[in-house]
Design a protein around this ligand. Structure first.
Ligand SMILES: [Ca+2]
Ligand SMILES: [Ca+2]
Length: 269
């Protein structure tokens, strides 16, 4: 009895294999891509180098795996997803909607805008260069395989606010002593700011996080620097965080922020 069952199983297995090969058509849709919510920001974990703290480092995709976030420089939104396991992905469609677009109980695809379609080359990041400032923005993607099967991802959200304007030091300014540097910027939408100073390899050297109502100016207070050294600095701003929106029964806690342009400082002998 056992043997008959085994044989039958093998025959069925063989039949199903040849059946698929003869058809030659892939009817398996991709696994749903997993978008990464906003996990953190550069400098989270504080000024001390604490093992295991989140030192999100902006230009290293390995380290800056922090999900949806503002981008330094222009008004752009970065979205990120975990590696897609399917080996036959052809392209990705990128969708966006705001809370203003959202219509209750209507299929998301009816009010979301497809903002781009990109060839898939194993990338796990996309930058939306058309993201409007001061809107709660939600993103999802559609992965389409070579046979045309498609699957939607989950949804993530973030809100870009207005960027701080850097006032001083000016572009590429030189100093002989880092403690002579006065950082100064302007901004009016932030609940908190974070001045970030990196070395040329983008290791965080020093940070300072004043609240929005405090003077947005400080002297360099990081580790002693022996010239010649090139520093990179920028200012991140944070607005309200964890604001709850419910979309189609799912709760989203939306953070907000922006990242200034980056400037170089030369410490010379
Ligand atoms: Ca497939
Ligand atoms: Ca950030």
């Amino acid at each position: 009895m056992k043997r008959i069952f085994l044989l039958t199983s093998i025959v069925i297995l063989l039949m199903s294999c040849t059946g698929e090969e003869n058809l030659g058509v892939d009817s398996t849709p991709p696994e749903p891509p997993e978008l990464i919510p906003h996990l953190g920001d550069t400098g989270d974990g504080g000024d001390e180098f604490i093992f295991g703290a989140n030192y999100y480092n902006t230009n290293d995709p390995e380290l800056e795996y922090n999900g949806i976030d503002a981008v330094p420089g222009g008004n752009q939104m970065q979205i990120q997803w975990r590696n897609i396991t399917d080996s036959d992905i052809d392209y990705l469609n990128i969708y966006r909607f705001s809370m203003q677009d959202y219509v209750f109980a209507i299929d998301t695809l009816n009010f979301a805008t497809m903002i781009d379609s990109v060839d898939y080359d194993n990338q796990s990041v996309y930058q939306d260069v058309t993201a409007p400032v001061d809107y709660n923005l939600f993103y999802f993607i559609k992965a389409v395989d070579e046979a045309g099967n498609s699957t939607l991802s989950d949804t993530v959200g973030y809100k870009l606010i207005y960027k701080p304007s850097l006032l001083q030091p000016s572009y590429n300014e030189s100093f002989t002593n880092a403690s002579n540097i006065i950082f100064k910027w302007a901004g009016d939408t932030g609940l908190m700011y974070r001045l970030l100073v990196f070395d040329i390899d983008r290791n965080p050297l020093w940070q300072w996080s004043p609240l929005g109502f405090e003077p947005l100016e400080t002297q360099y207070g990081g580790p002693v620097i022996t010239p010649p050294v090139t520093l990179i600095w920028r200012v991140d701003v944070f607005g309200q965080s964890g604001v709850l929106y419910t979309i189609e029964g799912n709760d989203y806690y939306i953070d907000s922020g922006a990242e200034s342009e980056e400037r170089y400082i030369y410490i010379t002998e």
